[in-house]
Design a protein around this ligand. Sequence first.
Ligand code: GRF
Length: 224
Amino acid sequence: MPLNIAILASGNGSNAQAMMDKAAAGTLDVNIRLVVSNRQGAGVLDRARKVGLPHLVLDHTAWSDRAAYDGALAEVLRKSGAEVIALAGYMRLLSPCFLKAFEGRVINIHPALLPSFAGLHGGADALAYGVSISGCTVHFVEEQMDSGPVIIQAAVPVNAGEDIECLMERLHAMEHRIYPQALQWLAQGRITRAGRQVFLAPGNERRVRSDGDWFVWPPLEENF
Ligand code: GRF
């Protein structure tokens, strides 16, 4: 049985597109029941239209406060039959009420290796800091921004002198792989949680060897 999901996005929607493409190709076992944007004209709406997915705009400026807006949003999502809510560039915090309604069923992608560089500009902040390894994270959503348990992370090396456009392009390319992967694990019922720990069944405990083919950037040279 495919997993019923809804996508919340405020902008371009390239992550949403990756989900749509993989679902259409049959490699991601989800049924995208609804795409919602809080912004009229968001690119994600065109993407949904093109592939014939149900989509709508709920313009947050038409509501008096966040809780009222989130209440309306939760109702629309509940009616869509979505079991999991995937945030894909959704630029608003979700209120406690909303998260309660979909407890443990809201996930997000962030363009940095959390818990470093949480916030609106994770990729740019990491670059400005001068990290040599950046990355992206898919995580469960909790009340505090970018704070929930991690499902999957990808490390992405930063090239010396690289500008933000170039880094974001490579981050996005990884995002488009790890986000559908996380959803597929959820669809397969392979993800469980114990507090902040997230487990993937069958076990992912024994895959990293102690002699270390770990990711180091810039790469280690001979004798090290
Ligand atoms: C991504 O970089 C994601 O990590 C962040 O918002 C951006 C959305 O990009 N949460 P897109 O709209 O999916 O292209």
